[in-house]
Design a protein around this ligand. Sequence first.
Ligand SMILES: *Cc1c(COP(=O)(O)O)cnc(C)c1O
Length: 396
Amino acid sequence: MTSLPNKKGRFGPYGGRYVPETLMSALVELEAAYLSSKENPKFKRELANALKNYVGRPTPLYFAKRLTEALRGPKIYLKREDLCHTGAHKINNTMGQVLLTRQMGKKRVIAETGAGQHGVAVATVAAKFNLECKIYMGEVDKTRQKPNVTRMEHLGAEVVGVSEGSKTLKDAINAAMRDWTTNVANTHYILGSVLGPHPYPMMIRDFQSVIGLEAHQQILKAEGRLPDCLIACVGGGSNAIGLFHPFLSNKSIRMIGVEAGGMGIASGKHAARMATGSIGVLHGTMTTLLQDPHGQIQETHSVSAGLDYAAIGPEHSYYRDKKRIEYSHATDEAALRAFRLLARTEGILPALESSHAIAYLMEIASSFDSRQIVILNLSGRGDKDIDQITSEEVLD
Ligand SMILES: *Cc1c(COP(=O)(O)O)cnc(C)c1O
């Protein structure tokens, strides 16, 4: 089960490579570069060194004592991806991909961004490795994540606002793919989550699996045993699969992915693909999508830009079918309550994305007993969200 995808990039029926011919050779080149680098001791050393000395890994696995006491359920550990350089797990992937970009001899990188976290992580590694960098971002996201736009510009990236469609992540990916099609000879497209055509979902999962590999060692050291349950929020699904993947073969560990419930499933304003989605193709991969009966992509809603996307990574669709990973959702309001709880109990401002995972844990905490252990992936820090949270006026 953990040796997926197959050679065609399939996770069961999901995944694959649904792209125009002009991109096919770029994907084949990328796959070859990745597969050879992955086994190359020099590449592995370089990546390990960068993760340690630049990104700040290993991130702590922190026992959240006061949160545990407040919820009166399981013993809660937080995997502190919020402490990575640039404030989220995204840089685990961008560091891997920028090293590959160099390997392929390309001088320019492009990327899409929703919350802006991926754009910042790309602009950061582009600056470090002296590459030209262009970031596509929907106009709506540009407005609601202004501090990250400024950060990218300070890092020397050009941020291009996309005003087509719903002016969010989906449209930014369309624009980035168009750019890539035109400039494929000198440009690498650094995709930000376990989405898109093969090899992206596999490669990004592998780069993010450092989260779960560390957590595996850390929990054994702290508790002398493996956890009972893992919880993470799911946008495209990279922080979740990064934590889950190294534990998948251990059947007794429960895993839960939490999607954006927005204003509630009944309102239609959400991004809970697993709750009401159906199978289709978006941005080069076959997976579970929010689409209308004609296959038109539906607009999604979430208070957190990072979860606001109509598709979920293909590997998640596969493990949903296999009933290996459970999927649920938390509303905007529940996420804001969770943000407040973590801030006040632990002195940590979580990203609104990560707050969805906390919110779901709040909901199910009483179903655990106090000897059980839960690891929750704190995918990022909440500094980028504080202006928005004040304006939601739910703090008291
Ligand atoms: C981008 C982002 C997410 C969602 O992306 P995944 O690929 O699902 O991990 C979650 N949390 C934070 C902090 C993010 O920046």
